[in-house]
Design a protein. Structure first.
Length: 205
C-alpha cells in the first residue's frame, strides 16, 4: 500500500459535469448545491384513483356550497372519468408544487355559540367555507402525512380514534387504580376561555 501524501493539495481545480469542465468556483458551488438537492429530495408517490374516490365518498354531506358553488353531494356523484381527471389534477399539484390561489379564498360566516347572547360579537364563532375540492385534496394529503407523524400517547385531542372523553376515562381509571393502592392523586387542570381567539396565530404558523 503506497504511503499517503499528506502534503498533497486538496484544492479541486476542475470538476466535470455533463461532460463539461467547470473551473469557476461560482459554477462549482451552484452545481454541487443542485446535486445535493436532487439527492436529498424525497420521491413523491402519486395518489391513486381509489384514494380520491374513497375520500370523495366519505366526505361529510354539507348543504352549504363552497365559493366555487360545488357541494360535497356533487363530488359523491362524480363518474369514474371525472374522478380520473381530478386524480391527475391532484398529482399535477404535487409535482408542480403549485396550489391554486382560488382554493385559499373562502367565505366567512358567523355561527352563534349555543347558550350565548347572540347580540354580543364574542358569542359567535367564525367559520370559513372553502372549496370542497380543495378540502378533498387536503384530506388526501392529511392521510399521507399521518403515516409519518407520531403523536404522543398522552395526546387525545386532534387524533383519529381518540377524544377528550377517552382521556377523561383514562384519568378516572388511573385515579381508581391509585386509590386501590392507598395512594392519592393530585391533578392540575388549565382551562382557557375562548382559547382559539386568544391563540398567538402568527407564532403558531
Amino acid at each position: 500500500m503506497p504511503p499517503s501524501n499528506k502534503n498533497a493539495s486538496s484544492h479541486v481545480s476542475t470538476v466535470r459535469y455533463n461532460r463539461n469542465a467547470l473551473i469557476c468556483r461560482k459554477e462549482l458551488g451552484e452545481i454541487l448545491a443542485e446535486h445535493l438537492e436532487e439527492q436529498s429530495t424525497p420521491h413523491l408517490t402519486s395518489d391513486s384513483l381509489e384514494a380520491a374516490s374513497h375520500h370523495a365518498r366519505v366526505q361529510p354531506k354539507r348543504k352549504v356550497l363552497g365559493p366555487d358553488g360545488i357541494s360535497t353531494g356533487a363530488l359523491k356523484q362524480l363518474p369514474n372519468g371525472a374522478m380520473v381527471t381530478m386524480t391527475r389534477f391532484f398529482n399535477d399539484i404535487l409535482w408542480t408544487r403549485y396550489f391554486l390561489g382560488s382554493w385559499k379564498t373562502g367565505r366567512i360566516i358567523a355561527i352563534p355559540k349555543p347558550g350565548k347572547d347572540p347580540r354580543i360579537a364574542s358569542s359567535h364563532r367564525p367559520i370559513t367555507l372553502l372549496s370542497h375540492i380543495a378540502d378533498l385534496f387536503e384530506r388526501i394529503m392529511l392521510r399521507r402525512l399521518y403515516r409519518h407523524l407520531t403523536s404522543r400517547q398522552e395526546q387525545f385531542g386532534f387524533r383519529s380514534g381518540h377524544s377528550n372523553t377517552l382521556q377523561l376515562a383514562r384519568i378516572l381509571h388511573y385515579m381508581a387504580t391509585e386509590q386501590n393502592r392507598g395512594r392519592r392523586t393530585v391533578g392540575i387542570f388549565l382551562v382557557i376561555d375562548k382559547a382559539f381567539d386568544r391563540l398567538w396565530h402568527s407564532g403558531l404558523l
